[in-house]
Ligand binder design. Sequence first.
Ligand SMILES: CC(C)(COP(=O)(O)OP(=O)(O)OC[C@H]1O[C@@H](n2cnc3c(N)ncnc32)[C@H](O)[C@@H]1OP(=O)(O)O)[C@@H](O)C(=O)NCCC(=O)NCCS
Length: 141
Amino acid sequence: MTKAHLDGVCALEQACFVHPWSRQSLESELENGQSLFYVAVEGGRVIGYIGMSFVLDEGYLYNVAVDEAHRRRGVGSALLRALTTYCRKHGFAFLTLEVRESNRAAQSLYGSFGFIKVGERKRYYTEPEENAVLMTVFFSQ
Ligand SMILES: CC(C)(COP(=O)(O)OP(=O)(O)OC[C@H]1O[C@@H](n2cnc3c(N)ncnc32)[C@H](O)[C@@H]1OP(=O)(O)O)[C@@H](O)C(=O)NCCC(=O)NCCS
């Protein structure tokens, strides 16, 4: 992700999430050496993005989102593949995340990349209130 992608990523955030990241927060990630964002672009337009932060060999997936009109075409998988490839290449121990209990599409995507349920956080989300499922993929060295 570069500055040129910020408008597109902001638009995706607003379309996909109740509490979208602000443009300012996303822009500050461009300067953050402890995070990594990839975008999927088609015809010059951002149609998907993924982002994570990391500390040493531990990764935390912030978000993955694909424009509704472009879903079920493998874009989410391509983004997650790019990120997990980066993690493996850099010797990460694991990549972890939270996801809404009702978000079966995302859980299924994560499951296909080897993420397993490792716990849950009760009433973690608001609007609507919902439990978070914690999922992690462990990378064997
Ligand atoms: C989750 C999301 C990123 C998936 O993106 P995508 O580009 O549609 O995903 P893909 O086409 O690569 O699908 C990969 C697999 O994920 C699963 N999947 C994706 N959408 C699904 C759906 N609506 N229902 C069930 N499984 C689904 C399937 O296993 C799919 O494989 P298949 O198509 O061979 O069956 C997309 O639905 C999205 O942006 N959702 C809104 C934002 C969101 O909830 N992000 C996750 C926050 S934790």
